[in-house]
Design a binder for this molecule. Sequence first.
Ligand code: HEM
Length: 395
Amino acid sequence: MTTSADTWGIHQAQFWLRGIRPRQAVEYDPKTGMWNVYGHPEIQRVLSDPATFSSDTTRLFPEAAQLSEGTLTRLDPPEHQKLRKLVSHAFSRKVVADLEPRIAALTGELLDAIADRGRAELVADLAYPLPVIVIAELLGVPSDDRHLFKQWVDALFERTQQFSLVNRSAEQDRDIERAMEQVGHLTDYLAEHAAERKKRPREDLLTKLVEAEVDGERLTDAQIVNFANLLLIAGHITTTMLLGNTVLCLDAHPEQFAAVRADQSLVPSAIEESLRYFSPFAALGRVTNQEVELGGERIPADQLLFMWIAAANRDPREFREPDVFDVTRDPNPHLAFGRGIHFCLGAPLARLEGRVALNLLLDRFPKLRTDPDEAPAFIPSPNMTGVRRLPLLVS
Ligand code: HEM
């Protein structure tokens, strides 16, 4: 049977989007040498036990170690909490809520540019520029450089092969090399800006990182740059996917779209349902610190676990009719922002950007639908579920 996941070219590895359930909640994959975890309760358990399941996956890939210094997502307690505290204030609910007028103004400007055209490519016209401009302004780097970020960051997610620990093909090594090279460009760019802030501080997050102290010591240059790197990348790619996915999901479910149009107070729960239905970060990595039993399997120490949160978000043990897109779903305990100590720092910002953008899009265009002559395209990576091109007809 051909599903919409096939029509839209979503990576074959994402079988849960094709109405197929995992055989087991936890299973070892001899082809990749990694453990796949698909179940909602099993993933919740892993994410809430950082002492057993470490986030420092780079210890299995020494070549990527330079990227982990200061990268919040790769740190375990107690270092993780110390670094997270440095920026958590900048992303608190209150600080983020104050950004609403700026997000609304930016969205308005971006929509003005497409108003008379009758057609739009949602990603290029709104879903990419909005979050990247917001995070660039927060960090304090010129948002006009976004075409550079796009070039460097897109290359990170071009990989179509699943990563393998056992079959390290030449192609995989080339992919890693290419990704490292692109991160290198971004790192050099941010290092230049950080050096500038050391000389001339400003009111921005980058200056905050440059001046921050942990246990009485300043962050190293590598920590500053990797931290800024994470904020810049995590601060936009996923929100871009969220905006595109939400519009596509609504278009594909006309009765749900009509319900949201009739009552825009449903916009926040439509966004949560989009995060569950098409989870932008499909997978998270962890490494076992010791032997452990999970989902009836005995997993030795030093094993790499791929937590498929996108599959867990379709686990029938947790969600009634998981393959149905329902904008009124409540409760909706999806794992799209993770759980536990690494729970997404930017979740309030992503939710706000989603709410403002979708509301304004609906207000501005009483008619909005996908272009029947131009299909949407998804990011080709097996670990991401996100629209990267979404042609629309608007009026
Ligand atoms: C962490 C998803 C938007 C910054 C995470 C994690 C997930 C996630 C799943 C957990 C990673 C783990 O446990 O290994 C998303 C999604 C977003 C989004 C789906 C949008 C729809 C943002 C935004 C920012 C951001 C706008 C802005 C700065 C971060 C940071 C972390 C993180 C810094 C690391 C937190 C930590 O390790 O303590 N995100 N994110 N994210 N996210 Fe987001």
